[in-house]
Design a protein. Structure first.
Length: 134
């Protein structure tokens, strides 16, 4: 599996995350975005009662959303589809769990997801920009 850089992408001038025009291979950037969206989905699923939701997107599903966001930013669609085809989603799920644990999420404690989500939103990180507080 390609190495992940989960720190997040830089924000675009419009304030949204930059999905694919930064450094690294297309596959690594795509994987990073899938990890971010997947973490946001887990947080939103656990924390809707706390008013934390996924930020609106016209695309559903982490892989599809990452692909379409990056294609809209000008990343080659064939390269994005190759990244999808080559992905080991089982290993990616393990990496998502590890990344959430590094951020302080404790298994079986959904409130820890909510705390991380609120912190990421406040920090304006890529993960935080993929969530919204409502």
């Amino acid at each position: 599996m390609a190495a992940l850089v989960v720190a997040g992408c830089a924000a675009t001038p419009s304030g949204g995350p930059s999905m694919g025009l930064g450094g690294g291979s297309v596959a690594n950037r795509w994987e990073q975005r899938v990890v971010t969206i997947s973490m946001a989905e887990r947080i939103a699923d656990a924390c809707h009662g706390e008013g934390i939701y996924l930020a609106p997107s016209r695309w559903g599903g982490a892989a599809h959303r990452a692909t379409e966001e990056m294609a809209a930013e000008g990343v080659d669609r064939d390269a994005l589809e190759a990244a999808f085809a080559a992905q080991d989603f089982g290993a990616l799920s393990i990496e998502i769990d590890r990344t959430l644990a590094r951020k302080g999420v404790e298994p079986g404690r959904p409130q820890s997801l909510c705390r991380v989500g609120a912190e990421e939103i406040a920090a304006g990180s890529d993960l935080g920009l993929t969530l919204k507080k409502g």
